[in-house]
Design a protein around this ligand. Sequence first.
Ligand code: ATP
Length: 360
Amino acid sequence: MPLSRYDICVLPGDGIGIEVVDATLPLLEHVTRGAGYELRFATHPAGALHYKATGDALPEATFTAARSAHAILFGAMGWPEIRRPDGTEIAPQLDLRFRLELYAGVRPARALPGIALPLADPRARDIDFVLVRESTEGLFASVGHGVVIDDREARDTMVITRKGSERVHEFAFHLAERRRARGRPGEVTCVDKANVFASMAFFRKVFDEVAARHPGVRARHRYVDATALDLVCRPWTFDVLVTENMFGDILSDLAAGLVGGMGMAPSADIGDEHALFQPCHGSAPDIAGHGKANPTAMILSAAMMLDWLSGRHGDPRLAQAARRIETAVDAVFASGRMLPIELGGRDGTAAIAAAVMGNL
Ligand code: ATP
């Protein structure tokens, strides 16, 4: 049922997270103005600097607000020098993933027109795939549970469950079906290491069971090492990939690199009840405070949020707003007049956001 108001919990976080969120909110306000519904933003504190000031990285009030909102818009959190007493970094995004069961980490990689790509092969222009990273278990199930025994050995355990695998594979097949309806091949590649690890063989077994329920989508298997090679040599051959949490962590940065870097790569963490939208990059302390951050990843993540809300509430108005943002971003870079500082150009956060606004 379409709503007249969608509540968005905004968590800017740390460093450039705050800057790219600030650049994005006016664009969302602009595309939804006069559209017959309202996006109501409520900003809440969380992150490494908040931890430093208060001892709490994710206040319970912030968590409650995130859980009760229709969607969460997230900048970036973490700061290398601010750590917990055990030396680990502050990462409330992991707590949100686990506690809200945001099991599907969706990382689209699409070559934007006009952006120079690291691959010389002209087919790199056709890169358009989505990496789906399982986000609640795998090797990350060990976060906070790793052990060091007598300074002799350290252990982190990989956990793959039927429930965790089934839901992420289902998600990947549904996504491939939706993409096929829009003219994409309709294919899911399971990326694993089933030849070596029992956990990975189980991940693949569950994948095959889910694949059997989706005969209209082609199912493929690929080992993670071979996938790393293919993503560099022929990334344009992929449609949807689904993989374990740690493999996905690594391959999603590779995918971001293929389309021009962290500032170009949007992402979403989606569960059955909640969803969080954030750029692939972190807080980037080296450039924070200088207005140099590329806001494109955040802007495209906001478009993903509108798309997801549209599907969830059966409200085509939000999908239209998402398309307007994506088209405006494409137009900005296709014109060749904008080049982010990240890619060797001169355009910082404000200039890129203003150019997108100008194209809306
Ligand atoms: P995390 O572990 O939180 O993902 P990270 O250590 O991988 O963070 P990022 O903050 O993602 O690091 O960024 C790595 C580097 O890439 C930054 O230091 C910065 O120089 C560059 N970078 C990242 N995002 C952007 C952006 N939006 N615009 C420009 N440069 C960026």
